[in-house]
Design a protein around this ligand. Structure first.
Ligand code: SAM
Length: 198
């Protein structure tokens, strides 16, 4: 019971924090996040059918991708953004008007530890700089794996300063079929590229 209360406190704080920082998130973090994306944003990922951006925030990944991938390629994909902060999603929603109609984007206000998405649908999953916020990182990773297709790609990062970094690394080794860790000294995150076969 005590654990549940502290978990819900942590989640409540995270929601409050991102709801209030949503106004200046892009100004403060745009360049920092872009450096992380540079290592994995490639056209091939966006030719996949269903892309899940878990903890999508203000949609910086999609915004960045749409700058150099033609809409024709992007129009084949269905981009699903999930975030626990309504204000972050509102910022994302505002950007969609500029991204054009060809793109199918669905935004869902939800907790990625309790994803309201059916299993086996995502071709690729991104979750960038989100896992340090979770109350139960194993549950978070299990939820992502559950919604991934029989074979799917996952690119997931966590702040190096996260208290549960070691546990995160162990979970990746245990639950993903193939994985590689990118530890770039100039980035604040560890980035994992993985494939899961279920
Ligand atoms: C540092 S931001 C990263 C946002 C985005 N991935 C990016 O690269 O800019 C962390 C995001 O994770 C979201 N988040 C935190 N905990 C979450 C949870 N349990 N479920 C879904 N989203 C969560 C926050 O609301 C916030 O938008």
């Amino acid at each position: 019971m005590k654990t549940n209360i502290s978990h819900s406190n942590k989640k409540g704080k995270i929601i409050k924090e991102y709801n209030s920082s949503s106004q200046y998130y892009d100004n403060r973090y745009h360049d920092i996040q872009l450096k992380k994306y540079e290592s994995f944003i490639e056209k091939k990922w966006f030719q996949k059918k269903i892309i899940l951006d878990a903890g999508c925030g203000t949609g910086l990944i999609l915004e960045q991708v749409s700058k150099y991938i033609k809409f024709k390629a992007l129009s084949n994909c269905n981009y699903v953004g999930v975030d626990i902060s309504l204000n972050m999603l509102k910022k994302f929603q505002l950007k969609l008007n500029n991204l054009g109609k060809a793109l199918i984007v669905n935004l869902i206000l939800a907790d990625l530890e309790n994803l309201p998405i059916r299993e086996n649908i995502a071709d690729i999953i991104f979750s960038i700089t989100v896992f340090q916020n979770l109350t139960d990182i194993e549950r978070g990773l299990d939820n992502l794996i559950r919604v991934g297709k029989a074979k799917f790609d996952i690119i997931i990062s966590i702040l190096k300063k996260a208290s549960e970094l070691e546990k995160f690394n162990d979970l990746v080794r245990m639950k993903l079929e193939k994985y590689s860790f990118e530890n770039n000294p100039y980035l604040e995150d560890i980035i994992v590229w993985g494939t899961a076969i279920k």
